[in-house]
Ligand binder design. Structure first.
Ligand SMILES: Nc1ncnc2c1ncn2[C@@H]1O[C@H](COP(=O)(O)OP(=O)(O)OP(=O)(O)O)[C@@H](O)[C@H]1O
Length: 453
């Protein structure tokens, strides 16, 4: 491996002549960055600059060698200590090595050569360690969320880089996106790639819990706190201690609970209903909504102060129809998943089937694509999934179509396409049915606005 950065060496030696001797010789190699110290205290003050190697005179006037050594190892056990000493006895050497020194060099005529040899070893070790840590980083990137969250589009790559940022800290994350875009998947990816991964990931869907139970569900209650509270109950926040709570559909939270949540977040502690004991909050919060919370704030349905508390690092998931060819990548992924689970030979999508998928706007996003693919796998008679095996149920639903927020012209084109398919590209019949001029349809076909199947 190419040496990427110089080896940072701290020389700690009180004898002026020897200090100069070591520093001079070490500086002969351009790949060394050498700093020299005449006493232990000055050196300890600079330890935070994290040298790779320390050459340590074990008998400093102001500090015991073993004390200096402990300081170094307590600070960072990866710093290699090379003890350079006048004492030649084996016992001292063994003792020093036991304390974690990398090697022991005696001050004599061979010191220079020994020093260089040992440093070469250390340099190789440091380089290998760096290489390993880089590789580990690469591997964890490859095998974690980017394996579960399929996609290669610019839009999703932006999401990946935000997920990486979120994994590095405890910052609150707010995930937005239409239904089925993968908000929960992103929340899980963040949790399982963060330092909290060994602690629980607790998902709570605000809309799935009856209004009068939600407070107790989130914060817990003591026995007898209210009618029906027959037993103490630990809330979801407490359950997530050390881990992550995922509050899905946060935009649906009613105002009373918003106020309570705000208090808990501000004070970083919670109380179970019916108790006066406070419990410190050690939970990472990820919220999700399909709504535009800023708009809800404007409308007065979501508290502004809570909005700012929860915004943290915002991650927006684009709808599937804006992710280009990702539709096909994800479709392939689901085909393989389905076939493996059902232990059947892996099927393939025909190019017409692919085109059909690419043209559909998927109002239900990835969740809908998954359902479409599973059904197609069932319908396909052999290993090829044909266009006719693919059917979109949601295309019958007017509400879903309107949700797509296309322009009037785009709606017009999609309607004409649907009719053209139904009436087997009979322009006259379609024009009659839709009460538009046939030349309009021909023009739209010519301009490529309407695709014939
Ligand atoms: N990029 C992706 N690659 C592979 N699978 C995905 C991807 N995005 C979402 N999924 C899958 O799609 C389904 C829906 O995802 P998820 O439940 O995370 O969406 P959501 O946005 O939280 O939905 P809702 O708003 O309805 O709660 C899940 O089965 C999830 O594993």
């Amino acid at each position: 491996m190419e040496n990427s950065k110089p080896l940072k060496i701290f020389v700690v030696e009180d004898d002026e002549w020897y200090n100069n001797f070591l520093t001079y010789n070490l500086e002969l190699n351009e790949d060394n960055e050498v700093h020299s110290f005449k006493n232990g205290k000055d050196f300890i003050k600079k330890l935070h600059e994290r040298p790779d190697v320390v050459t340590l005179d074990y008998s400093l006037p102001d500090m015991d060698g073993d004390k200096v050594m402990r300081h170094i190892k307590d600070f960072d056990s990866n710093i290699q200590v090379l003890v350079v000493s006048g004492q030649e006895d084996i016992e001292t050497a063994v003792e020093i090595l036991k304390q974690g020194a990398y090697d022991y060099v005696v001050k004599n005529n061979d010191t220079r050569e020994r020093l260089f040899a040992v440093l070469n070893h250390i340099r190789k070790n440091v380089e290998l360690k760096e290489e390993i840590s880089e590789l580990k980083k690469e591997i964890s990137k490859k095998y974690d969320f980017s394996k579960a969250i399929v996609g290669n589009s610019t839009a999703i790559k932006k999401v990946f880089s935000l997920i990486e940022k979120a994994c590095e800290s405890k910052i609150t994350v707010s995930v937005t996106g239409e239904t089925g875009t993968g908000k929960e998947l992103v929340a899980k990816a963040i949790h399982y790639n963060s330092k909290r991964k060994k602690k629980p990931f607790v998902p709570v869907n605000i809309t799935a819990i009856p209004k009068d139970l939600i407070e107790s569900e989130l914060f817990g209650h003591e026995k007898g706190a209210f009618t029906g509270a027959q037993q103490r109950r630990i809330g979801k926040f407490e359950e997530a201690t050390g881990g992550t709570i995922f509050l899905d559909e946060i935009g649906e939270m009613d105002p009373n609970l918003q106020a309570k949540l705000l208090r808990v977040l501000q004070e970083r502690e919670l109380t179970r209903i019916g108790s006066n004991k406070t419990i410190p909050l050690d939970v990472r919060i990820i919220v999700a909504t399909h709504r535009n919370l800023a708009d809800e704030v404007k409308k007065g349905t979501f508290r502004e102060d809570l909005y700012y508390r929860l915004l943290g690092l915002p991650i927006h998931l684009p709808p599937l129809r804006e992710r280009g060819n990702d539709i096909l990548l994800i479709a392939d992924f689901f085909v393989k998943e389905y076939c493996k689970e059902n232990e059947i030979p892996i099927k393939k999508l025909s190019s017409k089937a692919k085109n059909k998928l690419l043209k559909f706007p998927f109002p239900g996003n990835v969740r809908e694509l998954k359902a479409v693919i599973e059904l197609a796998c069932v319908m396909a008679n052999d290993e090829m999934i044909e266009e006719s095996d693919i059917s979109f149920n949601s295309s019958n639903n007017m509400q879903d179509i309107l949700m797509k927020e296309m322009t009037l012209k785009e709606y017009q084109a999609r309607i004409i396409e649907t009719f053209m398919e139904k009436y087997e590209n009979n322009v006259l019949q379609v024009a009659k049915k839709l009460d538009v001029g046939k030349s309009t349809i021909y023009r739209m076909i010519q301009n490529g606005e309407v695709q014939q199947k």
